[in-house]
Structures are given as structure tokens and as C-alpha cells.
Design a protein around this ligand. Sequence first.
Ligand SMILES: Nc1ncnc2c1ncn2[C@@H]1O[C@H](COP(=O)(O)OP(=O)(O)OP(=O)(O)O)[C@@H](O)[C@H]1O
Ligand SMILES: [Mg+2]
Length: 453
Amino acid sequence: MLELLRRQTQTRRRPLRTSTAQACGLYPAVGSPSSDPRGVIIGREIYSGKAFVYDPFVLYDPSARERLASGHALIMGKSGYGKSALEKCYVLRQLRFRERAFAVLDAQGEDGVGEWDAIARAVGVKPIRLVYGGDGDGVRLNPLDPRIPSKHQFAILCSMVEIVGGPLTSETRFVLSVAHRVALERAAGEGRVAVLSDIHDALTRPGAGLLGKRQVSEEQMVAWGQPASLAMDQLCSDERDLAGLFNGPTTEGIDLDAKLIVFDLTALPREGDAMPLLMSVIGPWLRWGWIKPGDSIKRTLIVEEAWHILSHRPVARLFEEFVRYGRRLGLSFWAILHHLADLRVAEAPEAEAILKLTATRVIYHMDRHEADITADYLQLPGWARDAITDGASKCAPGKAVWQVGQRVQLVEHIRSRIEITLTNTNTKMTEKAQVRDADQAPIIPLISKGAAA
Ligand SMILES: Nc1ncnc2c1ncn2[C@@H]1O[C@H](COP(=O)(O)OP(=O)(O)OP(=O)(O)O)[C@@H](O)[C@H]1O
Ligand SMILES: [Mg+2]
């Protein structure tokens, strides 16, 4: 038998004419059909070797091959596996498209600047730095900024008071609403913008109130408003660290028309109330100041360390509405997390609603316990669950499981040489790589009035 095979001349294969539509039936093991080819290239699908192209705005369009339910994305995985590198390359590549704009809340940094600093500078944008302790070189955001409609200003005030002082009673909410109205009227009478200390003043010296037809005495108003006035003291008093962040008119000159806005939050402490407070103001502020109704710009908001939103109910409540209206606002919201294990999702319905509104999930390497929780929550197939736990090979840095609508694929994110130099965050731990100029694809600087560094 062996002799027979040895003597056999090589078989000849006659050419076969076929269309690409038939080819996937003839060679079923080759791989699934590609998703929509329009958008930015991310890298390659590992099992088929095909290019992986992704654009949530294209995929949301009715003309897409398989339409996504939303443009929102959830990026998860252990530290150091390439989440930020993906976002940065995605932004750099998307910036070449017309009518795209990005805002990034940059929470990690080194050498005193945020990690998006290099990207911002490469495209000619200066990051907006928020500082703690009011040492003067930072930017202030006013929760009572006139761009934010008064109903939403009140929602922010309630969230801020809850973050500092815990859940609000109906009585305190009532006094806060009266103080808000009084503060707006007083500031308008003086021809200026209302600020947080106007609310503080109105809470501590409220005058009598009218609850329906019932007169509420000044003493009663002061007593009911006490939790809110104590919280306002934390936010307004000059001796407190938070004073410089919120108490005063919004710093002028923030270019909200820039194609890329980077908020550098690295000077704010990770623990304590500063981050959730900032998130509760910046979300609505971006919604009303950055997003312009009626224009055709597609915007992406990227939040590094999104657990500051998802693990605080008052902040998640503000963002849920923002994210839910994403479709009408032309918004793609990207939340970056390490894993779901430390979010008590069942106890935070607002956070769960935000997670459910994401139609794209990118999952980098996780330990088994976190991978199981995540895979159960996202209903990932068994092979994807195993791939996530394999941080040495299948989900080594740069490789992740992508769940885009119904499709689940293993994708390698491929970076150009210049992108590698701009996105590597472990240079302090590694030897310097030689990058030759000739290998570098150019970065095109943004042309935007007033945004140049
Ligand atoms: N596409 C890629 N291919 C190969 N290596 C990559 C890729 N992306 C990132 N890395 C490597 O992973 C390192 C960490 O990347 P990155 O800072 O994006 O991680 P991260 O997931 O955002 O971490 P953290 O959660 O701490 O912010 C980079 O310095 C780089 O060495
Ligand atoms: Mg990161």
C-alpha cells in the first residue's frame, strides 16, 4: 500500500470557478464572513487572518450588514494588556474621517501628565488639566453653567450632595430646589452667572419657604437643608480641597469645537469624592456644551476608569440618561473598566442599564474568577471564556475577544511604529526599542482654531 502511494504521481487539481458567496459554503472551515468593511482598521481576526474593521457609527447605520443596537462600547481587562493603546490608536485613526470629534477623560499618567498627553501633542492639542486643592493652574467647571438647562443643573446638585453626604430626603431636596431657584434669581439680578456659593448662601439663610400652600418657617428650612448645606461647605469653602474645582464660573477658553478634547484628571485623587463629583459635573456639562443639537458631527466620549461612574449611583444616574439618548445625540460612549467583579451590578440598576446599552464589548485578559463573572454576564461562548484566561497566548497584550452585536471574534490590534511609541505605557520597565524614521506613518495634526498647543 505504501509502495502504491509512493509511486502515485501528484494529483492535479482543476481550477474551480466560483463566487465569493459560494466560497464560504465550499470551504466552511475558513471563517465567518467579515463584518462591515467600512470604518477604521483595528488589526486582524486571529482565526481567519482577515482584516478587522470597526466603526460603531457605520455599524449603527441601517445600511450596515449587521446593525448594532447602539454605538456604545465597554472595554475591559487586566492592567497592561492594551486597553488604552486600542482607544488611542482608534482615535488617531478615526480623526482622519470628516465630522468626528472625541472627548477623553484621562485618568492615568506618568511624570505628572496624563497618558493621553503624547497623543494630544502629536495632533497639536493641549490637554485640559483639572487640579485639586485650587493651586491655580487648573480648570474649573461650574455645575450651574448657563449652558446646562436649570432642570439638569438641579439633577447635578442633587447628585453632588448625595456623593458628599449620602441619600437625600424629600425635605432636603425641597430646600435645595428652593435654594437653586433663589441662587439663579439673585445671580440674574446682579447680571452674573450663578455659582455654587450662591446655593450655599441660600441654604444657610433661606428665608421662609412655601410647600404647596403651607408656609415653612426659616428655622424649619435651615433644619431640612442642613445635609445639603454641609455638603456645599465641602464644595465651596476655601479651606477645602474641592473648592477650586467647582465653585466659580467655568474657566473660559475651553475649545469645545476641537476635534479632540483631553481632560487630564491625573492630579485628582483616585480615592474619595473628587472623581465621582467631577464625573457628575463633566458628563452633563459635555452633553450641553460639547454636543450641538442639529449638527452632523459624530462624537465619542471615552472614559478611562469608568468605575467612578458605574460604582456611584448618583453619577451613574446622570450618565444613564446621557448614554440612553446617545442615538439622538450622535454619541458613542466608551467605558473602560478592569472587570465587572467589583461592581455590584445588581445593586446599581443605573450602572446595569449603562452596561446593557453597550453593543460592543472588548474583553482583554482576565483571571479565571473575573473571566467567569464577565463571560456569564455577557453570555460569551465557552471558547471565548477560555481565551480570556489565556494571557500568555490567545489574549496576550494587544489581543482581545470582541463581542460586536451577535458576533464574537478574537482580534489582534496591530499598531504602526509611531503608534507603538505613542501608546506604550511600560517604557520604564522595558528596554528602549529602536524606531527608524523611515518606518513611521505620519500623524496628521488637527487644524482647529484656538486648540493648538
Ligand atoms: N496591540 C498591542 N500589541 C502588543 N502589545 C501591546 C499592544 N497594545 C498594548 N501593548 C502592550 O501593553 C502595554 C500596556 O498597554 P496599555 O497601557 O494600553 O494597557 P491598559 O490595558 O490600558 O492598562 P491599564 O489598565 O493599566 O491602563 C503597552 O505598553 C504595550 O507594551
Ligand atoms: Mg489604560
